[in-house]
Design a protein around this ligand. Structure first.
Ligand code: AP5
Ligand code: MG
Ligand code: ZN
Length: 219
């Protein structure tokens, strides 16, 4: 079997990481591993990890690195990740990036590319306040730019769509601050490693997807 492909999608809240990762899954067969979705699954099942994560997520803060790293490492060890993974929302701190590097070095795995989806802050706030998502399959919609076929209901499984608790304007603003303080330094980190590719996330979903695929193919 050929080497698995590992891609990181880096970008601010609302940049379109989840939207693009789902399409990469359909297009390249990579498994979509989203730390935020994993936390939300734990919140809805009321696991101890979920209760801990919720206390941070509701404030727009990051969940501590140790529990986050452990959760993601367990996820990518499962058989459905054997062909490769697109990471969405992980890593989000330099400590998480170093932990991923160390694990990959131990296991002989290699990151293919880190794709930064760049969008300016004002547009992000606008996108997030119009976002609705499916609690069953994590599909993401937008009332303005990407509405479901039937209002309020998922195209794939008809589940009623919900708004995320952390998409309130004040929490969105805090998430953006946290992104600039704690996650944006990863741009320099991966640029120094020669892995960074940047795409303009302010284009249509299809245009952004085409540029991401091109960036991966060129990597
Ligand atoms: P997480 O779930 O990762 O949220 P996030 O990073 O804030 O990102 P979002 O999901 O809000 O945005 P997205 O980039 O996926 O955009 P989307 O595709 O939905 O994390 C949530 C919380 O969990 C964190 O705050 C933290 O507490 C915790 N957490 C998660 N990971 C962690 C980690 N590693 N360490 C510590 N804590 C962690 O798109 C947004 C909207 O825009 C949608 O409505 C979509 O339809 C629309 N849209 C997308 N693309 C376009 C386009 N090109 N044009 C127009 N509209 C578009
Ligand atoms: Mg997301
Ligand atoms: Zn669904």
């Amino acid at each position: 079997m050929s080497q698995p492909t590992y891609i990181i999608l880096l970008g601010a809240p609302g940049a379109g990481k989840g939207t693009q990762a789902e399409r990469l899954h359909e297009r390249l067969g990579l498994t979509h591993v989203a730390s935020g979705d994993l936390f939300r699954e734990n919140v809805s099942k009321q696991t101890p990890l979920g209760l801990l994560a919720k206390s941070f997520m509701d404030k727009g803060e990051l969940v501590p690195d140790d529990v986050t790293v452990r959760m993601v490492m367990e996820r990518i060890a499962r058989p459905d990740c054997a062909r490769g993974v697109v990471f969405d929302g992980f890593p989000r701190t330099e400590a998480q990036a170093r932990a991923l590097d160390a694990a990959f070095a131990r296991e002989g795995k290699r990151l293919r590319a880190v794709v930064l989806v760049a969008v300016r802050d004002e547009m992000l706030v606008e996108r997030l306040t119009a976002r609705w998502s499916c609690p069953t399959c994590n599909a993401v919609y937008n009332l303005l730019s990407n509405p479901p076929r039937v209002a309020g209901q998922c195209d794939r499984d008809n589940t009623p769509l919900v708004q995320r608790d952390d998409d309130k304007p004040e929490t969105v603003r805090r998430r953006l601050e946290v992104y600039h303080q704690q996650t944006a330094p990863l741009i320099a980190y991966y640029r120094a490693a020669g892995l960074l590719r940047e795409v303009n996330g302010a284009q249509s979903i299809e245009q952004v997807q085409a540029q991401i695929v091109q960036a991966i193919e060129e990597a």
